[in-house]
Design a protein around this ligand. Structure first.
Ligand SMILES: *[C@@H]1O[C@H](CO)[C@@H](O)[C@H](O)[C@H]1NC(C)=O
Ligand SMILES: *[C@@H]1O[C@H](CO)[C@@H](O)[C@H](O)[C@H]1NC(C)=O
Ligand SMILES: *[C@@H]1O[C@H](CO)[C@@H](O)[C@H](O)[C@H]1NC(C)=O
Ligand SMILES: *[C@@H]1O[C@H](CO)[C@@H](O)[C@H](O)[C@H]1NC(C)=O
Ligand SMILES: *[C@@H]1O[C@H](CO)[C@@H](O)[C@H](O)[C@H]1NC(C)=O
Length: 315
């Protein structure tokens, strides 16, 4: 573990240097209403809903509530994962919680159409390969077993959590603040559970990447997100150098947090860069190949078709 942390000090030092552009895009102070900001969050909630529901039950959001997607296209690629019984129960509960979150936002604000969401095995493998820096062999499959599914889940609620932390200071209205506070609570709980389950397995190696351990892989995913987000360190893996640990006293890092042990925040632009996988809020791809929906995401996009996606629906 000690050796591992030394390697990580180097990785993090290298990754942290070219960032902090200081540009507007690291500031959440964009011209947007409270409703725009919660609509933006729906993109992540839709993504989690489908990944968790399909992964645990084999059925997607539309099988539970067909109106919440507001006519948006069905996600591609999600399927029932080969989960052990405890993980299945946990993920199933998370999936139902996501339906609740979608209903809460929709009931209060009317909602937006679901974006096209890419949850294919190949999309996860592409992100994972980039994080590790080499091609998985056999190809990484998030749906193959509980460990892979948890590693893939490491990609999602945490991004939502940082988005809520980033949005709350800019909210104006009591009802929306109360809604987002409640969403943040459960989102961060989900992230904590996923990270704890992975922490227990930190020394296991991931077959698809040879000798890489679970702890190293989480660090590499977090580093990738920091690179794509381009606003400094907002993301930390399960084992960190002491200077990133709580009060500089521990290398365990079950929760990712800043030097005051407060959650990191991300702006909408950072989240788009990370979820598109392009490092550019103007260039869709990754999980949202046709771009995210809602006024905030759309103000960074031109009209018409985006990226390489197949635009079979009207926007
Ligand atoms: C992982 O390995 C390190 C170093 O061998 C050991 O100190 C630690 O207790 C192990 N952690 C778990 C959760 O097995
Ligand atoms: C956000 O921008 C507006 C308009 O430029 C400015 O008045 C306000 O003080 C800014 N708020 C923060 C928290 O930076
Ligand atoms: C779907 O969610 C909406 C919004 O909360 C709710 O009004 C509706 O009853 C739900 N439909 C089903 C089938 O549960
Ligand atoms: C999903 O992502 C994979 C990997 O990048 C890509 O091959 C596939 O075309 C994408 N699917 C859609 C519908 O965008
Ligand atoms: C921990 O170390 C970092 C970097 O050396 C420093 O900025 C921070 O103030 C330290 N935190 C505490 C609580 O001592």
């Amino acid at each position: 573990m000690f050796k591992l942390c030394l390697v990580l000090i180097l990785l993090i030092a290298i990754d942290a240097s070219p960032v902090q552009s200081g540009s507007l895009s690291c500031s959440g102070n964009i011209s947007a209403s409270d409703v725009d900001r919660v609509h933006f969050a729906l993109n992540l909630e839709f993504t989690e809903a489908e990944f968790f529901l399909k992964g645990a039950t084999g059925k997607g959001l539309d099988a539970f509530n067909a109106t919440l997607a507001k006519g948006g296209p069905p996600p591609v690629g999600a399927k029932k994962a080969n989960l052990d019984p405890i993980t299945k129960r946990i993920i199933e509960e998370f999936g139902y919680q996501e339906i609740g979150h979608l209903r809460a936002i929709t009931d209060m604000t009317g909602g937006i159409p679901r974006p096209l969401i890419n949850l294919t095995r190949e999309n996860f493998a592409v992100f994972m390969d980039r994080a590790v820096g080499r091609r998985s062999n056999p190809r990484f499959d998030p749906y193959a077993n509980s460990l892979n599914y948890l590693l893939a889940s490491y990609y999602i609620p945490y991004v939502g959590l940082t988005g809520y932390v980033g949005a709350i200071p800019y909210l104006v209205y009591f009802n929306i603040k109360r809604l987002v506070a409640g969403l943040l609570g459960v989102e961060s709980g989900q992230d904590a559970v996923i990270r704890t389950l992975l922490y227990e397995r930190q020394n296991e190696t991931v077959e698809e990447y040879g000798g890489v351990t679970v702890a190293e892989l989480t660090n590499e995913i977090s580093n990738l997100r920091n690179e794509l987000g381009m606003c400094g360190i907002k993301d930390e893996g399960l084992c960190v150098p002491l200077w990133l640990g709580a009060e500089n006293r521990t290398t365990s890092n079950i929760l990712s947090a800043n030097p005051y042990s407060l959650s990191y925040d991300r702006t909408a632009q950072e989240i788009l860069r990370v979820m598109y996988g392009t490092g550019d809020e103007h260039r869709p791809g990754g999980f949202w190949p046709c771009g995210a929906n809602g006024r905030i995401a759309r103000m960074f996009l031109d009209e018409g078709c985006y990226g390489d996606c197949v635009c079979s629906h009207d926007n």
